[in-house]
Design a protein around this ligand. Structure first.
Ligand SMILES: [Zn+2]
Length: 102
């Protein structure tokens, strides 16, 4: 058993395993869209377009929530990778805590 991050760092640059065992990418959330929707919603509310304003606020909030979920799921996958071990006899990877209980 090897530490997965250590194993990955030890791979030669040209190794095709580098892609396979790489740490999952960070999720680059596009916050500009929900922010713009919320800002537009506030502008609409202030200028008296209440229905449109509420719709934009709800839409912006919903997209923002969804983006934050995606972003924390990606962060979680990265943390799992950092805690993983790899078996040298087969290509399996394990979470450190799972490996201990086997
Ligand atoms: Zn194995």
């Amino acid at each position: 058993m090897l530490d997965l991050p250590e194993f990955w760092k030890s791979l030669p640059r040209e190794s095709e395993l580098r892609g396979k065992y790489a740490q999952p990418a960070e999720y680059a959330a596009q916050w500009i869209l929900p922010l713009a929707a919320v800002l537009l919603g506030v502008v609409a509310l202030v200028s008296g377009a209440v229905a449109a304003g509420l719709l934009l606020l709800a839409g912006g909030g919903g997209i923002g929530f969804w983006l934050s979920r995606l972003s924390s799921a990606a962060e979680e996958a990265r943390e799992r990778w950092a805690r993983s071990l790899i078996c040298r006899q087969c290509p399996a990877t394990f979470l450190r805590e799972d490996a201990v209980s086997v």
